[in-house]
Write a protein that binds this ligand. Structure first.
Ligand code: SAM
Length: 367
């Protein structure tokens, strides 16, 4: 896979050459890309390993016993992650999401949470720190995550029907244990949202049961269109259930009305139940691309910066870190990468051969 990445300092490929320290004019404050999109969110993947084999994300046939996950020495250390995260926060990042793979598989993760929870924006607000998990290890970790300063959680759950869920996670993991993890997090004081990937023909009949249960329990359910991320899941357009259809199904039983986003660039479209009891969200990344308002950057486990979930190339920040770059040099690199950004994969989907290059896997880049 590595030949597809763009090393920052390799002159043979598109690279960001760093000026010598004495010529540096590091950027100050916020950054905008070529489409005037600010840098606001950073997703940090802390492991490429997962204990689930969701058929749409890490299919067993590909991620089998022979699959070689990255050795520990290749991963960014917590100190390296925190150092980079600090530079991103200086340049406008207000939200950080820890993801993976399954982030709770990374040893001692609460230590990283503690380090990131200490970050605050230049105007003194604490960074909004979230984590996405499959909840399999959540009961064990919920209290220490909350204590370490995590602000909120997203738990992935694709069905309430046990057979359907066990088939989708493909490791026979039961729904009851995910619900138990959610309860543990709630008791620890962590707000929990639920992510559900809806796949036509697989779990579309679970939309209503999921909406009913999480309305009753007071959690926001976010239903996500099945995306053509990565190259291993055999994605087909006819497996995508449009978000409009998900909303129509729920609305027919529990009337809904649209509400404004919480902030500019929010990925999920929000709807509230007309009875005033709760809300849901849909992420229409296939049928209604939102590239124009995308403010997210993604840092892979190896310290490669990706500007799009559908990218095939990343920028190698780890060699800068390990090569002794100063904070000013890191800032300059981040600014050059972000200000050169012009991607809008989802908008162009199907219109060009843009997607022909092998795309990076969700389990590597982080969802
Ligand atoms: N292991 C964690 C979890 O299960 O939440 C974090 C990583 S997982 C890759 C993050 C999110 O990406 C999950 O909610 C998952 O359902 C979603 N996801 C993975 N592949 C997807 C796809 N092809 N389309 C839409 N969402 C996807």
């Amino acid at each position: 896979m590595s030949e597809r990445f763009i090393p920052l300092l390799d002159a043979r490929v598109r690279s960001v050459a760093l000026p010598a320290s004495e010529h540096l004019e590091p950027p100050l404050g916020r950054l905008n890309d070529r489409l005037q999109r600010p840098l606001r969110d950073l997703r940090i993947s802390v492991t490429d390993r997962c204990n689930f084999r969701c058929t749409y994300c890490m299919p067993k046939e590909v991620f089998d016993r022979e699959h070689r996950f990255l050795p520990h020495s290749q991963l960014l250390t917590f100190e390296e992650i925190a150092r980079l995260a600090r530079r991103f926060v200086v340049h406008g990042v207000e939200k950080i999401r820890i993801t993976g793979g399954e982030p709770l598989l990374r040893k001692d993760l609460t230590r990283l949470v503690q380090m990131l929870a200490e970050l605050s924006t230049p105007d003194g607000r604490p960074v909004d720190l979230a984590l996405t998990t499959n909840a399999s290890l959540l009961r064990r970790h919920a209290a220490s995550l909350a204590q370490a300063g995590l602000k909120r959680l997203t738990v992935s759950l694709d069905a309430l029907d046990d057979d359907v869920f066990r088939r989708m996670n493909d490791v026979d993991f039961p729904v009851a244990s995910v619900l138990d993890g959610i309860d543990a997090a709630t008791s620890a004081g962590l707000p929990v949202k639920i992510n559900m990937v809806v796949q036509r023909g697989t779990n579309e009949h679970q939309v209503l049961p999921m909406a009913r249960l999480f309305k009753e329990r007071g959690h926001v359910l976010r239903m996500i269109e099945y995306m053509d991320v990565g190259s291993t899941n055999g994605w087909r357009l006819d497996q995508v259930m449009p978000a409009s259809e998900m909303i129509a199904r729920i609305d027919a039983e529990m009337p809904l009305e649209p509400i404004d986003p919480n902030y500019p660039g929010e990925v999920a479209q929000r709807w509230r139940y007309r009875d005033g009891r709760g809300e849901i969200g849909v992420v229409a990344s296939v049928t209604q691309a939102f590239c124009r308002s995308c403010t997210r950057a993604r840092l892979s486990i190896e310290g490669r910066l990706y500007l799009c979930l559908f990218a095939s190339q990343g920028y190698d920040l780890r060699s800068l870190l390990r090569g002794g770059a100063s904070d000013a040099q890191l800032s300059t690199a981040i600014a050059r990468i972000w200000s050169g950004r012009s991607d809008r994969y989802s908008e162009l989907r199907g219109r060009t051969d843009h997607g022909a290059a092998a795309k990076v896997e969700m389990s590597y880049i982080g969802g």
